[in-house]
Ligand binder design. Structure first.
Ligand code: 13P
Length: 326
């Protein structure tokens, strides 16, 4: 058992206080390999942004638990080596049980999410509460979820969308004492967020629901899952270089930016990195048919990820330049 403090992580408490005060969102970037982790740390370090590194249950299995702990510690040490002074949280994304959340806390995570959104309301409350008690004894943050976010996120699959009911949020937060709440306002997981033919037809998120939740919760951290914008540049590259991804659209950056002004202080981004990696590696292979060094093709994707993250932090989330306030 190890505390996240020994590994050099921060919990999300101070990050969210500052983000709410200064109206920006902390990026929750998902990673499942070394190059994504490096890209996240360098991208956030170079833009002076706090960051939440997110690992799902399937990535935990893919990488190996002990490896995650030491790769996580490696993120902190790499940031120190490069003289980045940014707070880094290690977060379990979409935990589905008390046992899993507990094991991640014991492994050194500084924040966990329990996703009980598919459960009956009372059951969601009971399990979230149990996790909060264990986590808070160790100063670990807990994110909970109310309302179902459609789409596919690894082991989480939901075909239907249920917007968060603003009438439930106060009761849920008071009874669970969770530290932040993910709500459903029209975003979804994965690359196929909308059944539309073109970008212009993407509907608006339910800012009315967000506003109502905000009114009821006051200055409480609200989390937006499914916040990839699916840059068409990478979708086009995939298709141009032999792939087949069609009608993949994300949340327009203007809407994400607007959400930061309505109390959303964390945005989860996983698919953009996957699309980018696939695009860059496909391009690399076709343009360099005689190459076979993983450092070359993964390195080109990593560099592109660094640039994308810097741009997002600066132009969309507003987290660039904020690390010093935390
Ligand atoms: P995207 O699929 O939009 O990247 O969302 C990821 C997410 O919400 C992880 O929890």
């Amino acid at each position: 058992m190890v505390s996240y403090k020994e590994l050099g992580f921060s919990n999300t408490k101070r990050m969210f206080e500052v983000a709410l005060e200064r109206k920006f969102a902390i990026p929750g970037y998902n990673a499942s390999n070394l190059e994504q982790l490096q890209g996240i740390i360098i991208g956030c370090g170079e833009s002076d942004s706090p960051v939440i590194v997110q690992i799902t249950q399937t990535s935990l299995k893919y990488i190996n638990k002990s490896m995650v702990r030491y790769m996580g510690k490696g993120c902190v040490e790499m940031a120190n080596d490069l003289r980045y002074n940014i707070p880094i949280a290690l977060h379990l994304d979409h935990g589905d049980s008390f046992e899993l959340c507990k094991s991640c806390i014991d492994l050194g995570f500084s924040s966990v999410m329990f996703d009980g959104s598919h459960l009956e309301y009372e059951e969601n409350i009971n399990i979230t509460k149990k996790i909060v008690i264990y986590a808070h004894e160790r100063e670990v943050s807990v994110e909970a979820e109310l309302g179902v976010i459609a789409g596919i996120e690894e082991h989480v699959k939901a075909s239907d969308h249920y917007y968060t009911d603003p009438e439930q949020v106060e009761d849920f937060v008071n009874r669970t004492s969770c530290d932040s709440l993910a709500i459903a306002i029209g975003t979804s997981h994965g690359a196929y967020k909308f059944k539309v033919e073109k970008e212009e037809d993407i509907p608006e998120l339910r800012f009315d629901v967000l506003e109502e939740v905000r009114k009821r919760l006051g200055k409480f951290p609200i989390v937006l899952h499914g916040s990839s914008s699916i840059p068409q540049k990478y979708v086009n590259l995939i298709n141009e270089y032999g792939g087949k991804v069609s009608k993949a659209f994300g949340i327009p950056e203007t809407q994400l930016k607007k959400a930061t002004q309505y109390g959303v202080c964390k945005m989860n981004i996983a698919t953009d990195s996957r699309i980018l990696f696939t695009a860059m590696i496909r391009k690399y292979f076709q343009e360099n048919i005689d190459q076979f060094d993983p450092r070359k093709y993964l390195g080109s994707a990593r560099q592109e990820l660094i640039e994308m993250i810097k741009k997002k932090n600066k132009e969309v989330l507003g987290s660039a330049g904020q690390a010093g306030y935390i």
